[in-house]
Design a protein around this ligand. Structure first.
Ligand SMILES: Nc1ncnc2c1ncn2[C@@H]1O[C@H](COP(=O)(O)OP(=O)(O)OP(=O)(O)O)[C@@H](O)[C@H]1O
Ligand SMILES: O=c1ccn([C@@H]2O[C@H](COP(=O)(O)O)[C@@H](O)[C@H]2O)c(=O)[nH]1
Length: 236
């Protein structure tokens, strides 16, 4: 029995690489999609935001001398590519998905129109929100918070490379301890970098909880959706 009727799932772009150095690993994207399918089969309405870190990060482009806003637009276009790959894999796995872009690219995908997105969700289609917020200087974490709030999702699920929120970055500090739950104020106050501050602040203001869990752990998404103890809950 699912604990939620509608979720916003934020999928790590970087995780799409699997063991490759760059791009989209076929086996990885298929496995991710199969996990999403399991959840849709439980009757949960699923909207997805996928990152672009496997292809391009604006902040990295900016740091090597590119104009930051231009680099960020390239990052947003990277998320469009990932979204197309995700929706196509969903189609191959027997699901119906629609990609909606926050930046105009109409020959490729339809634009984001909130009522249309709501209609798709009510019809049981998976909606993939591409191009982040459509604005530079943001990330897809903030896009997930924004779209999650707009569509009335009950929770934002951040499926990432680590299995929760830690006292420090667990990839850098082996002594870091995982929280099973943490408030938004604490996460913001401690400057925990697992998600950007804008995303935390938006979810806090909208009282939209976030669950952070590992995208690499088989069955973790299903357990989260069933309300089981998995990852870290960030709450008001
Ligand atoms: N306090 C913390 N707790 C957990 N993870 C942290 C913390 N601080 C930093 N991190 C890092 O944050 C990363 C997750 O955020 P990030 O935005 O980089 O990934 P993503 O959303 O999975 O990727 P993408 O941007 O490609 O979609 C983790 O891989 C982890 O190393
Ligand atoms: O609203 C947004 C979302 C993303 N970007 C740019 O895209 C890249 C990739 O997104 P990640 O969340 O880092 O995976 C990001 O680094 C930004 O450069 C953006 O500008 N606005």
């Amino acid at each position: 029995m699912p604990a939620y009727k509608r979720i916003l799932l934020k999928l790590s772009g970087e995780a799409l690489m699997g063991d490759d150095a760059y791009g989209i690993n076929r086996a990885t994207i298929v496995r991710m999609v199969q996990e999403v399918r399991e959840v849709t089969q439980m009757g949960v309405e699923v909207a997805v935001v996928i990152g672009g870190g496997n292809i391009f990060r604006g902040v990295a482009g900016g740091s090597v001398g590119m104009d930051r806003a231009t680099a960020d637009y390239m990052g947003m276009l990277a998320t469009v590519m990932n979204s197309l790959a995700l929706a196509d894999t969903m189609r191959q796995e027997g699901m119906i998905a629609r990609v909606m872009s926050a930046i105009g690219i109409e020959q490729v995908v339809e634009p984001y129109v909130r009522p249309k997105a709501l209609q798709y969700l009510e019809e049981g289609k998976v909606v993939v929100f591409a191009a982040g917020t459509g604005n530079p200087f943001f990330t897809t974490d903030t896009a997930a918070a924004l779209r999650g709030a707009e569509i009335g999702a009950e929770i934002v699920l951040k499926a990432t490379k680590v299995d929760g929120v830690y006292t420090a970055d667990p990839k850098k500090d082996p002594q870091a301890k995982r929280y099973s739950a943490i408030t938004f104020d604490e996460a913001i106050g401690r400057n925990l970098q697992v998600m950007d501050g804008a995303a935390f602040a938006l979810c806090r203001d909208q009282k939209l909880p976030i669950k952070v869990f590992s995208i690499f752990k088989p069955g973790a998404l299903k357990r989260v959706v069933q309300g089981e103890d998995e990852g870290t809950l960030v709450h008001v």
